[in-house]
Design a protein around this ligand. Structure first.
Ligand SMILES: Nc1ncnc2c1ncn2[C@@H]1O[C@H](COP(=O)(O)OP(=O)(O)O)[C@@H](O)[C@H]1O
Ligand SMILES: [Mg+2]
Length: 321
């Protein structure tokens, strides 16, 4: 593992300090952070721009609404509860169906009505918000992920993370839920990260807790060579999100719904760096290429063309040499 990190450093691995100092701070206007740090706001922003998102069913903003939760839901049994200002999958509850005395979660376990109310109260109190400030609980459509990745998914919803640098999509990964990750695809929760070739949308090597793997830990199925459907469309959506927020360094989370197609799940102004391990290549490599191409004021089409010209595989070959 140390060997791999060393090789990746040579291949332009971006570290946390460089991310904070050079990219996040210079390229992302702090005043705009609230737009992406609050998922209800992000949803409205995306909807106004005509980008598809999971439908918002309800917002629980005050304690008195907790007891009325079921009325707010209007009979819906499949939904996701999440802290509007949460991150890393914390506080997200994926509910699959109504049971007699409670609810069934995506991982098959049950919770009672009281458990669910207690969870809502915890969200309101700020247990999962970035700085512990009071928060709102949002309830949204539970995405039915396209069946393409069924063989590499354990009870939950995979997502795609695309890093967009100066408006150009430059690195991507597929994240897959595992038995440990409780219906969520976040890497910190034990999800698997799989590199995705930017030009073709085909998956390459995987990782679990920063270690390289080639098979899904629960299903045993190979993680390599899977084609993400509608890949060019996903890149286009991601680039449009960068335009929407004005952030020069952005992580876009997309899910592929069976019926509704690609949906924007959330935007991230401080995307994690493990995507480099999943792709076995550093972010500095595509960043330098993009800087050379001077994408400022280029059209969306031109920037997508630039994305196709990035060759992460070249860096990978150098890293493993
Ligand atoms: N509407 C949804 N339907 C199904 N699963 C979801 C939904 N929203 C989130 N998830 C699961 O939870 C994970 C984290 O969600 P996200 O909105 O990105 O929040 P966070 O900021 O905590 O990462 C997703 O990758 C997905 O696996
Ligand atoms: Mg996320």
């Amino acid at each position: 593992m140390i060997g791999m990190v060393k090789r990746m450093k040579r291949a332009g691995l971006l570290g946390i300090n460089a991310r904070n100092a050079s990219y996040q701070m210079l390229l992302n206007d702090r005043r705009r952070y609230p737009l992406v740090d609050d998922k209800v706001k992000t949803k409205r922003l995306a909807e106004e721009a005509g980008l598809a998102v999971p439908e918002l069913y309800a917002v629980v903003a005050a304690h008195w609404q907790v007891k009325r939760f079921e009325q707010l839901l209007q009979g819906r049994e499949r939904f996701v509860i999440k802290p509007s200002q949460g991150s890393q999958g914390n506080g997200i509850m994926v509910i699959d169906s109504r049971m007699h005395y409670g609810w069934r979660k995506a991982d098959g376990t049950m919770i009672t009505d009281d458990d669910l109310h207690y969870h809502l109260v915890n969200i309101l109190s700020g247990m999962y918000s970035l700085a512990g400030q009071p928060d709102e609980a949002m309830v949204e459509y539970r995405v039915d992920f396209d069946s393409v990745f069924d063989q590499v998914t354990y009870q939950g919803v995979p997502d795609l993370r695309v890093i967009v640098y100066r408006g150009v999509p430059c690195m991507a990964m597929l994240r897959l839920p595992t038995r440990a990750s409780d219906g969520k695809a976040n890497l910190h929760k034990g999800g698997v990260g799989v590199g995705v070739d930017l030009a073709t949308g085909v998956t390459c090597g995987g990782m679990l807790y920063d270690r390289p793997i080639t098979l899904h830990p629960d299903t045993g199925h190979t993680l390599e060579g899977l084609q993400v459907p509608g890949w060019q469309n996903i890149l286009r959506l991601s680039a449009r999100c960068a335009d929407l927020t004005g952030f020069g360094y952005l992580g876009v989370d997309v899910v592929l719904d069976r019926k509704r197609g690609p949906l924007i799940l959330e935007l991230n102004a401080r995307p994690g760096l493990a995507i480099q391990i999943a792709n076995r290549t550093g972010l500095c490599v595509p960043f330098a290429r993009i800087d050379d191409m001077q994408p400022n004021s280029s059209s969306l089409e031109d920037r997508l063309q630039m994305a196709r010209q990035l060759q992460p595989d070249a860096a990978l070959a150098g890293a493993s040499a």
